[in-house]
Write a protein that binds this ligand. Structure first.
Ligand SMILES: NC(=O)c1ccc[n+]([C@@H]2O[C@H](COP(=O)([O-])OP(=O)(O)OC[C@H]3O[C@@H](n4cnc5c(N)ncnc54)[C@H](OP(=O)(O)O)[C@@H]3O)[C@@H](O)[C@H]2O)c1
Length: 242
């Protein structure tokens, strides 16, 4: 535990974008923070944040992270499974070996890694009261046609999150689904305006953690999810254009 009893926040994909903003926010709120990514640029995170540089696509990465957490001797108060990639996939073209390898890597990072890492860190979660957060997307509701593998991975992750929530409840662990709207990060570079700042999303995450929310869907995400209940066809058409 940190002196104020906050415990350790483990955030994957925390070198930039949404993950870095969440890591900064939780560090500001006196969590100890373990940030995970392949490359960290100087100055992206405060000095006190612990940085673990590793490729989550390596099969031994969950065990490596569990070993680092054991070394820190602190219970995990928050695990944020955030790292993901999004690639365009043209399904009209035959897959060569490289394309198939890319698709497998996208599915591994976006879907299998959060599942495996959650399992590897389960014994280290603070009980009761720890939170496992999964970062999904509005494309879990309706796919983005140009990113079918990404969309399928996020729909799969949203489904997994719902099962996980049920299985974790008897252990006293919360499971939060974070559904960002379009956020200004490298992933959305070149896309139209009206993007949320990563810092605003991180603040919503912190508020959701404090309130014990099961779903955090700030800004446009909340409106889209509400509209989707009444008019899913309209939402599908709108999302297909983004
Ligand atoms: N941006 C949006 O509008 C939006 C909307 C909905 C959902 N999301 C979701 O939000 C999450 C964060 O997205 P973002 O926009 O912040 O993405 P981003 O800016 O592209 O950042 C992705 C992060 O993942 C890390 N990463 C990628 N491959 C990795 C690997 N093999 N091993 C370890 N780390 C790896 C990257 O660090 P390194 O390259 O240094 O490894 C980076 O820190 C994702 O789950 C995304 O699907 C984003």
């Amino acid at each position: 535990m940190t002196p104020n009893g906050k415990g350790l926040a483990v955030v994957t994909g925390a070198s930039r974008g949404i993950g870095a903003a969440i890591a900064r926010q939780l560090f500001e709120e006196d969590h100890a923070v373990l940030a995970i990514a392949r490359h960290f640029e100087t100055g992206a995170l405060p000095d006190g944040v612990r940085k673990l540089s590793l490729d989550l696509d390596r099969p031994d990465s969950p065990a490596g992270i569990a070993a680092e957490v054991a070394r820190l001797e602190m219970p995990i108060s928050v695990l944020v499974n955030n790292a993901a990639i999004q690639r365009p996939v043209d399904l009209t073209q035959p897959f060569d070996a490289q394309r198939r390898a890319d698709i497998e890597a996208e599915l591994r990072l976006n879907l299998l890694v959060p599942i495996a890492l959650t399992n590897a860190l389960l014994d280290r979660m603070q009980r009761p009261g720890g939170t496992i957060a999964m970062v999904t997307s509005l494309v879990a509701l309706h796919p983005k046609p140009s990113a079918p593998v990404y969309s399928a991975s996020k729909a799969g992750l949203a489904s997994f999150t719902a099962s996980l929530r049920q299985q974790m409840r008897p252990l006293g662990l919360r499971v939060m689904e974070l559904v960002p709207p379009v956020v200004e990060t490298g992933m959305t570079e070149g896309r139209g305006g009206n993007k949320m700042r990563p810092e605003a999303l991180a603040l919503a995450v912190a508020e959701g953690l404090a309130a014990g929310r099961e779903v955090v869907a700030p800004g446009l995400s909340r409106k889209v999810r509400l509209l989707n209940r009444a008019a899913p066809g309209v939402v599908a058409q709108v999302l297909a254009r983004h």
